[in-house]
Design a protein around this ligand. Structure first.
Ligand code: NAI
Ligand code: MG
Length: 399
């Protein structure tokens, strides 16, 4: 097979560290690829007024597959203050480059698996009947609609005339907000389309079928958010009935689901949700399998074959400048495994996953989070592994 070119987008903070370590692991596992570095993140916002430069979009369009570390995002006003002096007053408005990337390439399918690692000291445990302690085995895959909904970016403060007038035609707006001064109103929309709702639902059902999960749970709030959540649930019922009768369709509300997380997380298989609820519920499940240091993701567009693979954690700025990095690289490494699956390199992915599982199960090399320490530079002296040592241990196992 021809050598692959992978677009490496380290981004900010710990994104740079975990991506570096992950490439070392990929090399050790025999993945034959070259990596082209692509600019994304805070530095490019400050210097160029664009955190997602055109050249990065071009590289991804050309090579199709990207590994992404993490970026730092800040609210609009804070971002404006950090722009280079010559870019101030140009009316530039900051928005998150990873959200922008997802929308630019229509990476509408986001998959976030959360599976218990045997022997992980961070696994969720629960008190059972009598005095027993239970350690439920979680094996869930969250399918999050990745481009629409509340993160769609269609929003206003002090909405312009046409928007305001349109809102005023809605009886509930008129009744509840009609007397509020317009400049005191901020609106963020939650738009779902049939096309992309159907795509995420079908991806979820298809995954359940292919990997033998018995249920697909729609995790929304259709009783209250009747139009968008309601549409998703109704479509799920139709799709299940016509094409996946063998798979059970469950319906939970996002708030109740957060409670069920600690009651019966082992009962769930595939979960499907809109953008924001998918983001929330996937962090919730990530907590049960060890936290953000273990939470990986894939996002892709099935039509173009463009895919970007990233840990679900952010840039953790407070750990970014340590002389010796202490953060856990597993989430990024597992995200790279999802990339390998996507490009039909399952054997290499399996090799890496096995090595990660063995290192965790053995328990000799643990990053600070696995030792339940709070993150400080002295965790290394206290016996925690550095990011690099964790990657080394995985590489050692691969060999
Ligand atoms: P974060 O995920 O960066 O960090 C939250 C906490 O999780 C950390 O303080 C640390 O305790 C823990 N953590 C995260 N990654 C870890 C790892 N690999 N190993 C061990 N512990 C880890 O989220 P936070 O602090 O809310 O956001 C920091 C910045 O990241 C913000 O600017 C935010 O906008 C951005 N962000 C970017 C994301 C992305 O690039 N996709 C996603 C989430 C946040
Ligand atoms: Mg998130």
């Amino acid at each position: 097979m021809a050598k692959r070119t992978i677009v490496a987008m380290p981004g900010d903070g710990i994104g740079k560290v975990v991506l570096n370590e992950t490439i070392r692991v990929l090399d050790a596992a025999g993945f034959d690829a070259e990596y082209v570095n692509a600019d994304i993140g805070w530095e490019f916002w400050c210097k160029e007024g664009n955190p997602l430069p055109e050249r990065t979009l071009k590289l991804l369009k050309e090579h199709k597959i990207g590994l992404f570390g993490a970026i730092t995002s800040k609210p609009k006003d804070a971002a404006a203050e950090e722009l280079a002096p010559e870019l101030q007053d140009k009316g530039l408005i900051y928005s998150s480059p990873i959200v922008g990337l997802r929308q630019h390439f229509g990476l509408d399918i986001c998959m976030r698996p959360c599976k218990t690692y045997k022997g992980n000291p961070l696994n969720f445990i629960r008190r059972g009947a009598g005095d027993t302690i239970e350690e439920p085995e979680v094996d869930v895959v969250i399918f999050r609609q990745n481009t629409e909904g509340l993160y769609g970016g269609v929003e206003w403060s002090d909405p312009p005339d046409q928007v305001y007038e349109a809102l005023m035609t809605h009886p509930k707006f008129l009744k509840n907000f009609g007397s509020t001064p317009r400049e005191e109103i901020s609106v963020s929309t939650r738009i779902f389309t049939k096309k992309y709702t159907e795509r995420i639902l079908r991806a979820a059902f298809e995954h359940a079928k292919q990997y033998g999960y018995k249920s697909v749970t729609v995790c929304e709030k259709p009783n209250v958010i009747r139009e968008t959540s309601g549409m998703m649930y109704k479509m799920a019922k139709d799709i299940q009935k016509s094409d996946y009768p063998e798979i059970q369709l469950w319906n939970t509300n996002i708030d109740a689901q957060m409670m069920w997380l600690t009651k019966n997380p082992e009962d769930y298989g595939v979960i499907v949700a809109g953008n924001m609820f998918g983001d929330i519920v996937s962090d919730g499940f990530a907590g049960l399998i060890g936290g953000l240091g273990f939470a990986c993701s894939a996002q892709f567009n099935p039509d173009s074959g463009i895919g970007v693979f990233e840990p679900t954690h952010g840039s953790a700025p407070k750990y970014a400048d340590y002389d010796v990095s202490i953060v856990n690289p597993v989430a990024m490494i597992e995200s790279a495994c999802m990339m390998l699956d996507f490009i039909n390199q399952q054997e290499i992915a399996a090799k890496i996953r096995k090595a990660v599982a063995e290192v965790i199960a053995e328990g000799k090399v643990r990053t600070y989070d696995m030792m339940k320490m709070s993150g400080r530079p002295d965790v290394i002296e206290k016996g925690a592994a550095s990011t690099q040592q964790m990657a080394d241990a995985i590489i050692e196992r691969i060999k």
